[in-house]
Design a protein around this ligand. Structure first.
Ligand SMILES: *Cc1c(COP(=O)(O)O)cnc(C)c1O
Length: 426
């Protein structure tokens, strides 16, 4: 049984105060803040393998995984070495480089729907560019998104006709995005029957990673694919989180449903900032300078990121990687199930491969409406219980936690022990 410990985090507390004076909320990305769980954010100073370390010298077993990139664990040696070599040869050229060619070939080999690819610098850019490409290619303006899916912070995906996740998006932009419930193909069928002729693309997370790791129900992705084909709109799969994580070929490989365009990010760069989008040559050739759709980037395809990505794809093709991810994630849930069965409150264990969520909800979460029933206050207590015992989880109930290649059986055993103790005390 894990002992109840409380780690000293005084330096983080002091730095949290200082940073809030110079960076809004003390974070460069709002979901990093501990707003939902309370308390001050930890300042991390180092990450290695399955662990992160804070400025007070505490070590945590890390299940945040940097929100997705750390699929191999932190700082895998071959990735670090390749990036160091690339940076020493010049971190940015503003001209094509061999690493870019090799990275494109490696991604195409891993994800055969992609015949041509463009590299950008974030998942946001990848989705934003894929949406523009879809609009330019089809000559249609509307896009469809799903309640509770996250696609980064470009205007078109932050707000829709009926909902806005941000101030500052003009209504005229939001009017071109239509939102329907996830895991509900009749709702999509109805919408496409009405507006199909105007819809450029249906944009979907094949597994929803920001409303509690919600898998697509049996047949759902196939139905979405069928509807897109019927109405001649493009299916864009946002594989920014699932790409490389669920399989080398992402959700496409796992579920066998073929998108027209796929977006990547997170794990693809081995820790370096990256995004990518790709598809058939016929669609991708609508991009300038071949076609008419503009997309660019000073740092796009830079050698350091490309070197990190190539090494990552290489390491992910080694024997046993995905078996390891599956085994460690299964070990965790198998270990938690008997504990959860004894509790007086309901807990839902949701996972697809190495993406998982521990949800304090009455029923399994299958869409955004269900996710609203999650008890965030209980999660806040759970989160801090874990954190004070050396386990780092996402500071938000609904966001996917991640198992990495670096987690050992012992790390997961420790996680099970700590979770069990904290859950029983809730
Ligand atoms: C994280 C994420 C994005 C945005 O990627 P950034 O690199 O943070 O811009 C887009 N889509 C999905 C599914 C994501 O998980």
């Amino acid at each position: 049984m894990a002992e109840v410990t409380s780690l000293a985090t005084g330096r983080s507390a002091a730095l949290s105060d200082q940073i809030a004076a110079v960076i809004p909320g003390g974070v460069d990305s709002p979901f990093r803040s501990f707003q939902e769980v309370g308390g001050y954010t930890l300042f991390l100073s180092k990450a290695e393998g399955a662990y992160v370390f804070d400025v007070d010298g505490n070590r945590y077993i890390d299940f945040l995984g940097a929100w997705g990139p750390a699929i191999l664990g932190h700082c895998p040696k071959p990735v670090v070495a390749a990036c160091q070599q690339a940076i020493a040869s010049g971190p940015v050229f503003g001209a094509p480089c061999t690493l870019e060619l090799n990275m494109a070939q490696a991604l195409i080999a891993a994800y055969p729907v992609v015949e041509k690819v463009r590299f950008v610098n974030s998942g946001t850019e990848a989705v934003m560019s894929a949406v523009r490409l879809a609009r330019g290619y089809t000559g249609r303006d509307l896009i469809v998104i799903f309640e509770g899916c996250y696609h980064g912070h470009s205007d078109s995906v932050l707000a829709s006709r009926d909902h806005s996740a941000s101030a500052g998006v003009p209504q005229s932009v939001a009017d071109n995005t239509v939102r329907v419930p996830y895991n509900d193909s009749p709702a999509l069928a109805k919408l496409l029957a009405e507006l199909g002729q105007q819809i450029a693309a249906v944009l979907i997370e094949p597994v929803a990673g920001s409303m509690g790791v919600v898998p697509p129900e049996a047949g759902y992705l196939e139905q979405v694919r069928g509807l897109c084909t019927k109405h001649e709109c493009l299916l864009i799969m946002d594989e920014v989180l699932t790409g490389l994580r669920l399989a080398r070929g992402g959700a496409y490989e796992l579920y066998g449903v073929q998108p027209d365009l796929a977006c990547f990010g997170k794990a693809l760069g081995g820790g370096m900032p990256i995004g990518a989008y790709g598809g058939p040559a016929e669609i991708m050739n609508a991009l300038q300078p071949v076609g008419q759709v503009y997309q660019a980037g000073t740092f796009s395809g830079n050698p350091v990121t490309m070197a990190g990505g190539i090494e990552t794809l290489k390491l992910l093709s080694e024997e046993g990687v995905y078996e390891h991810l599956e085994a460690r994630a299964a070990q965790l849930f198998d270990g938690l199930r008997p504990v959860i069965a004894e509790l007086s409150f309901p807990v839902q264990l949701q996972r697809v491969g190495s993406m998982f969520a521990i949800l304090f909800a009455p029923h399994p979460v299958r869409n955004y409406q269900d996710s609203l029933q999650i008890d965030n206050q209980r999660y806040a207590k759970f989160f801090h219980g874990l954190l004070s015992r050396g386990i780092y989880m996402p500071p938000s109930a609904v966001d996917a936690a991640c198992v990495s290649r670096a987690h050992s059986r012992e790390d997961v055993d420790t996680m099970i022990d700590v979770c069990s103790a904290v859950l029983r005390a809730l």
